[in-house]
Each structure stands twice: as C-alpha cells, then as structure tokens.
Design a protein around this ligand. Structure first.
Ligand code: FHN
Length: 458
C-alpha cells in the first residue's frame, strides 16, 4: 500500500463499446445530463438486447487513433501516479485478448488489438502503476436480465468466465497494481475466492472494496485493501482507513456526445486538495472517444492540474489527512510529519487562520516561493489560533498552498471546534453571495463571510 498512499492521484478510464453509442440509442439521449444513468449504461437504460447491442456497436469499435503512449504521457504530465481502465464493464465487452468469450476486442471488433496489453506495457515503460476495472457481478450480455434478455451463459458458466478472465488479466499483463472490481454481488464467498486468486497471482496488487457489495460489513471484506467511497463523494470527515474517491470531469463516466457539464480546473484542483485533507486518494476519470482519443476539454484540465502539481505536488503526494476534523472558511489542510500545508481555496486578505493546532510554527511561506520568504505568523495560545499574514491578492486563485513548519510533532487541541465542511457550506455560501449580489445587497463578501464565520465558529 505504500506506493498507493504516496500516489494520492490517479487516472480512471471508462472506454468500450458504449463509447461508440456516446450515451445515445436510436437517436434518443440516455446520458446522465438527461437525468438518466451514465452513458456507459446505455445498454441497460435503453433496454438493448445483448445480440442487438453487440451487432450494432462491436463492428463500429475501431479506435484507430488510440495511442497508449499519448494517454500515459497525459496522465504522467498531470501528476497522476496510477491508471485504472475498464477491462470489462457491465456491458460484458472485454478490451483484452480472452479465450473465455468471443465477445472481445480481438474477435468481435475490427480493431483486433489488445488494449489492456498496450496500456500495461506503456505504463511499465513510463513508470505509472497500471490497474484494471472489472465488473465481476453485473454483465448485461453474458448474464440473464430476465426472460426477455436471457444472456448467453448460466450463472455457473458466468462464474467460470470471471475466473478465466481473472486468470488472464492476472497472468498475461505483467505487474497488475490495482484490481478495481465494481459493484460486488452479495455472495461474500464468491468475492473471497476472487480476492484470494488475486493475492495468489498478483500479491502486490491493491484490491478495491467494491469486490464486495456495499452492504457487506467492513470486517468481512477480507481482501479489500482500500475503501472505495461512493462515486464523486467527498467524505465529511477525515478517513482513518485507506480510501479513494473516483470523480468525473463532467456528468458521465463513459464518452457522451452532449454532456458539457465540465468542472473547471479550479474545481478539480480544489477537489484533489480536499480529498487530501481527508486522507483520500482521487481517481479522476476520462471517457475517451470512439476514435480512441482523449477530449481536448479533458487534456486541457489534466495539463492544468499537472502545472499546479509541478509546483505544489509536495502538498498532496504522501501526505496524510488534516490534523483537525474540520475545514476552514478558506479551505483545508494536508499534513506531512511536522509540516502542514494550508490549501487556500478562497482568499482572505485579512489573514489565513486556523485553530486546533497547539504551538507557534517556526516558519510559514508559500510553497510556490522558491526562496521560501517567511510570512508573518501570529499565534494565540488562548484559542490555539494561528494566523498567517498574507498579501491582498491570492498568488493562485485556484489553490494557494502555504507551508507551515513546526519544530516538533504536530499537537492538536482535543477541544478544538469547527463545523466548516467545504463539501456542504461552500455551495450554499456561494449561492447566498450570488443571490445577495443579484439582489443588490449592500453586504459584500467579507461581511457575508464574517456573518457565516461567526455562525460556524460559535
Ligand atoms: O455502474 C458503475 C458506473 O457505470 C461507473 O463505472 C462507476 C464508477 O465508479 N461505478 C459504477 C457505479 O458506481
């Protein structure tokens, strides 16, 4: 788990036959922005029989522009340390050379290239950890979806397919660093058998808790190495266990033709920092096109995060969660040994203050400042309030990182109070400010903030 804890930031890739459909079926849009399920669910959303889905899409899956070197380079430049790609999603189509079913990229599509092989080799070449997503329970092609859609296999035959697929994925593609099972069934014995096989064939692989159904008690998830939180979840509190959140850059996981709900680069950098403040990894998703390319909106955002990480990566990689169980009006904190990293997401010219940490720091400075020019620091022993004095303008409006160094182990005030959690109040606060602004209220940001801070910190 050491590399995984150090990594903090990886690439999720949702790619397959559903990318050809792009969230649509027979001219109707089933994508998430239409209130439906995500684009990769189109087979289910449009109730497409397996045979029709395969005959319509597989012959069109010919992503001739796919270039593993490009994708891995984009991930690396973004500061991502690992990659997880859908080897078989719920539609049952395998993006690798398998003998267990002919419904795979080598036999059922004109592409006839082993995508998992090409990506795993490129990741090994560029020093990125490689892993696969595998839908071990949901399979709308091989399994029955009721009498109208019987599926191609019985339950026993399907279990054998999963077993054979795992043997192939765990034996034929070198070091498999992550097994990202998704939506486990309720049978813990089945899940344990699959988990045990991973341990035997790839003892260093990190296994996702979604090997098990979410309802299985944590102490029965014998082979889960990290807790995969709900999709796009930013947990309210710090996580005391290894955990990861996966996030889309827009609504859908798989490629969607009409989804333009792009998060900004600031949204993504903020989310990465706030995940860090909770001790959680971020697996950030791309949904490549049917042609095998990443969208410009994706590569632009990934490059922007990469620029930020080049300067500020130290405040994310290998850090642990905040020393206190709450955020601050201006953002959140990550920690590494005797150093705190303040992720200032909302600038406060009157100073960046935090409570809950005992003792006066020995130094504070902007992480982006190569000379590490000291910023003035005040410490009020009464409330254990530390304030770093800052210039009027934020050096980086997306997230300015202030390093706060101590000469001893970080000690917290057990009675520290703070109820400011970014994942809730931020959206409310902004709406209120926008409403005030629209309503021509005399209150400005500081006044609204002051009022809210008094309310949050009473
Ligand atoms: O049903 C899948 C969904 O299509 C997507 O793959 C997400 C990614 O975390 N996992 C399941 C829903 O949680």
């Amino acid at each position: 788990m050491e590399w995984w804890r150090e990594a903090r930031y990886g690439m999720f890739i949702h790619w397959g036959l559903y990318s050809v459909a792009g969230g649509e079926w027979k001219g109707k849009d089933y994508g998430k922005e239409q209130g439906g399920a995500s684009a990769e669910w189109v087979m289910n959303s449009a109730k497409v029989p397996g045979k029709e889905y395969r005959e319509t899409l597989a012959p069109q899956f010919n992503p001739t522009q796919f270039d593993a070197e490009k994708w891995v380079s984009v991930a690396k430049a973004s500061g991502m340390k690992y990659m997880v790609i859908t080897s078989k999603h719920h539609d049952g189509f395998c993006l690798f050379d398998t003998k267990a079913t002919d419904y795979n990229v080598m036999e059922a599509s004109p592409f006839k290239r082993d995508i998992i092989k090409e990506l795993s080799e490129e990741c090994a070449k560029q020093g990125i950890k490689f892993g696969v997503y595998y839908s071990q329970f949901k399979d709308w092609y091989h399994r029955s979806r009721g009498k109208d859609n019987p599926g191609t296999l019985t339950n026993e035959e399907y279990l054998k397919l999963v077993e054979d697929n795992l043997e192939e994925l765990l034996s034929n593609y070198g070091e498999m660093s992550v097994l990202w099972f998704d939506t486990g069934g309720s049978d813990v014995i089945e899940a344990n058998a699959q988990g045990a096989r991973v341990r035997e064939l790839q003892p260093n692989a990190v296994i996702c808790s979604r090997l098990y159904n979410r309802g299985v008690p944590a102490n029965q998830k014998k082979y889960a190495d990290f807790n995969s939180l709900r999709d796009r979840e930013l947990p309210p509190e710090r996580m005391t266990e290894d955990a990861e959140t996966c996030m889309t850059m827009r609504h859908n996981w798989g490629y969607d033709r009409t989804d333009d709900a792009w998060k900004s680069e600031k949204d993504i950098i903020e989310f990465l920092a706030l995940c860090g403040a909770r001790g959680v990894n971020l697996l950030l998703n791309v949904g490549p096109t049917p042609e095998g390319t990443l969208l410009p909106e994706e590569t632009e955002r990934l490059a922007a995060v990469g620029e930020w990480m080049k300067v500020n990566g130290e405040s994310i990689y290998g850090t642990t969660c905040s020393p206190v169980d709450f955020d601050f009006w201006w953002g959140g904190i990550t920690q590494k040994d005797k150093t705190l990293y303040l992720h200032v997401l909302e600038w406060k010219p009157e100073g960046i203050d935090f409570n809950g940490v005992v003792g006066k720091p020995i130094k504070a400075y902007f992480l982006a400042d190569a000379e590490r020019n000291a910023l003035p620091v005040k410490y009020d022993a009464k409330g254990h309030f530390t304030t770093v004095e800052v210039p009027k303008e934020a050096p980086d409006f997306r997230n300015t990182v202030i390093v706060v160094e101590y000469d001893c182990a970080i000690e917290t005030d057990p009675d520290a109070k703070g109820k400011y959690h970014w994942y809730t109040t931020r959206s409310k606060r902004h709406t209120e400010i926008e409403n005030n602004a629209h309503a021509g209220q005399t209150e400005n940001l500081t006044a609204v903030t002051e009022r809210k801070r008094k309310r949050n910190n009473k």
